[in-house]
Design a binder for this molecule. Structure first.
Ligand SMILES: [Zn+2]
Length: 282
């Protein structure tokens, strides 16, 4: 069994910031048993995101990243967000499927891959679903919760940056439809998962560097920013979506020269976030 995640520990004096990359995993488990073209499935990865954020460890922040692919099980969904009609037998736990799950097949365990059809040619067994939750979803969540708790215990605050990438264009199956996306989208679930100052800092910083930035439109952030956030208690979580056109070829997943500029942009942005977080720490 492969480990579910990796934590790159901080260097030097720890700061009250935690970064996570939940969708960049590319170790495909042997029991996946999907029927799609593997390269097509790989386009669901947030490729290179863990590498783009790895330098944050030199600023004193840990980076958690998933090793399993999000198409196997998505850590950015609630463990209740299940479509039980994909499962053979009676699932005996509580479920709370979201509209994304019911309408687009993109829940905790995907039923469909965007416009590309069904993921499986058979229902999954109860054992398979439990196994994915217990060996991937839960360890990832426990790791993130303990990093956030440790930073909060030490500093009295924690700033959690949940890092993602998005295709350059939406499509008929996405929230926004077939339109070109901005360079960055910041999601704080309409102002509920972090203090407004954090969202403003990130938006202003990126706009100041000439980028096109949207806030909560269409991506507001999902389970990873929702679950651990409590801004009134100093627990701030925000989702950052980076447009893939800035650093990679979406068909081949190969990096493009733009990644060099992006590395510098993220270095300056992450420095600004860390400076802000240190000022808020006790
Ligand atoms: Zn993602």
């Amino acid at each position: 069994m492969n480990p579910a995640f990796r934590i790159i520990p901080p260097e030097g004096i720890p700061v009250p910031v935690v970064f996570d990359s939940p969708h960049s995993g590319s170790i495909y488990p042997e029991d996946f048993d999907h029927i799609l073209d593997p390269m097509l499935l790989r386009q669901a990865e947030d490729a290179h995101i863990e590498e783009l954020f790895a330098p944050v460890t030199s600023l004193g922040a840990p980076l958690l990243h998933a090793l399993f692919p999000r198409s196997y099980i998505d850590p950015n969904r609630s463990d209740l967000d299940l479509d039980v009609t994909m499962i053979d037998g009676d699932w005996d736990g509580p479920v709370q499927p979201s509209s994304k799950t019911l309408n687009r097949g993109a829940g905790l365990i995907w039923r469909r891959m965007r416009g590309e059809g069904e993921m499986y040619d058979r229902p999954l067994t109860i054992f398979e679903v439990r196994h994915r939750i217990e060996t991937c979803w839960r360890p990832y969540h426990e790791a993130l919760a303990s990093l956030i708790d440790a930073a909060h215990a030490r500093h009295g605050v924690c700033y959690h940056i949940d890092c993602h990438s998005m295709p350059a264009m939406g499509d008929a199956n996405s929230e926004d439809g077939p339109v070109a996306r901005p360079d960055f989208i910041i999601g704080d679930r309409d102002g509920t998962t972090c203090e407004p100052a954090l969202t403003t800092l990130i938006a202003d910083h990126l706009r100041g560097e000439g980028y096109d930035v949207a806030i909560n439109d269409p991506y507001k952030g999902v389970e990873l920013v929702r679950r651990y956030a409590d801004p009134s208690a100093g627990r701030h979580s925000v989702q950052l979506e980076i447009n893939r056109k800035l650093f990679m070829d979406e068909a081949t997943l190969a990096k493009t020269p733009g990644i060099l500029d992006l590395e510098h942009v993220l270095s300056r942005l992450n420095h600004a976030i860390v400076t802000h977080a240190k000022a808020a720490a006790r």
